[in-house]
Design a protein around this ligand. Structure first.
Ligand code: YSA
Length: 329
């Protein structure tokens, strides 16, 4: 009897050890502890043994049952934790692999990167400046005196005193010229802020790329050539560009530049940038000799470039961060 118990126990433990799936484990359990299992049959036989043998065999049976139950619990845990490699049903090599979604650059960043590239090819170095700026750089040094009505066209969020959120990237012109001597050829991409009412082409937070070229005989013709070339690089060889006379206190003469394009199925001119020849007062503010140096500058809306490039009809879509929209670019 005792040999039969040991044999049943060893067989059960071996079978439990081989089980790789929960249903196999269940079969092992019922084959030994189930109603018609091996151990159950031996227990029933116990009553037929002479009393002197019965005690020892009973004890052995109890020990075998405890060992089997312990082995079952340990194996169940191992299968559940995935430590045992499932070799059947769960391994289906025809199931497609797990695809981790990879993000991509925001369309505004893509437009900015392309602008940096286009201007790099035209010989411009990219620099950056602070978003929180002093009124002196945003206004006074650019020949916009505090009491001057042109302040209004660059409506501003003030932080405190004469500290503000820059309303354009033009203050970086001053910072660059304070630090360097001509020749200068830089672009300055960055975020700017204005209390503009949001609509399809205006946002209170938007992006500009400033351009500044200073040298000994820089002319308006250079400005036109650089901008026309940049627009063709950005939007294709047939792109039409229009210069309209305008006014900026920091340029003389000044122009606004539009690009002819299709927006929402309609072809029309969209204003992309302001530009002009650097005003002599600006050179004086940074200690450059206005008799010796001339220069041109421009400030372009990056959000508007993204709208044109990607056919986006409303600027607000760019800043809502709706992945369903952004996924398309
Ligand atoms: C002009 C002469 C220079 O020598 C240098 C720069 C400039 C540009 C000047 N600093 C400026 O900010 N002009 S601007 O007010 O006309 O803005 C330039 C461009 O920014 C616009 O042409 C437009 O493309 C974009 N923009 C302006 N307000 C915007 C906006 N884009 C989105 N939302 C707004 N609220």
């Amino acid at each position: 009897m005792q040999d039969a118990v040991r044999q049943a126990r060893d067989e059960a433990l071996a079978r439990i050890g081989r089980a790789e799936m929960l249903d196999e484990l269940e079969q092992a359990r019922s084959a030994c502890l189930g109603r018609s299992g091996a151990l159950k049959a031996l227990m029933q036989k116990l009553g037929t043994l002479p009393p002197e043998e019965r005690r020892a065999a009973g004890q052995l049976l109890n020990e075998a049952k405890a060992a089997i139950e312990e082995a079952l619990a340990a194996r169940r845990e191992a299968i559940g934790a995935g430590q045992v490699r499932a070799t059947r049903a769960t391994l289906d090599i025809s199931v497609p692999g797990k695809c981790r979604p990879i993000g991509h650059e925001h369309p505004l960043r893509q437009a900015e990167a392309e602008l940096r590239e286009v201007f790099a090819r035209l010989g411009f170095e990219a620099v950056e400046g602070p978003e929180v700026e002093l009124a002196y750089y945003n206004f006074e040094a650019l020949n916009i005196p505090a009491e001057h009505p042109s302040h209004d066209s660059f409506d501003t969020f003030y932080v405190e005193g004469d500290v503000l959120l820059r309303s354009h990237t033009s203050p970086v012109q001053i910072r660059v010229m304070e630090q360097r001597k001509p020749p200068i050829r830089v672009v300055v991409p960055g975020r700017v802020f204005r209390p503009d009412t949001p609509d399809a082409t205006h946002s209170p937070v938007f992006h500009q790329i400033e351009g500044l070229v200073v040298g000994e005989d820089v002319t308006f013709a250079d400005l036109k050539a650089v901008l026309a070339m940049a627009m063709r690089e950005l939007f294709g060889p047939d792109t039409q560009t229009r210069f309209r006379p305008s006014f900026f206190p920091f340029t003389e003469p000044s122009a606004e530049v539009d690009v002819y394009c299709e927006i929402g199925g309609q072809r029309r001119w969209l204003e992309l940038l302001g530009a002009g020849m650097v005003h002599p007062k600006v050179f004086e503010a940074v200690g450059y000799d206005p008799e010796r140096y001339t220069g041109f500058a421009f400030g372009m809306g990056i959000d508007r470039v993204a709208m044109l490039k990607y056919g986006i009809t409303d600027i607000r879509l760019l800043l809502e961060n709706d992945v369903r929209f952004l996924d398309q670019f």
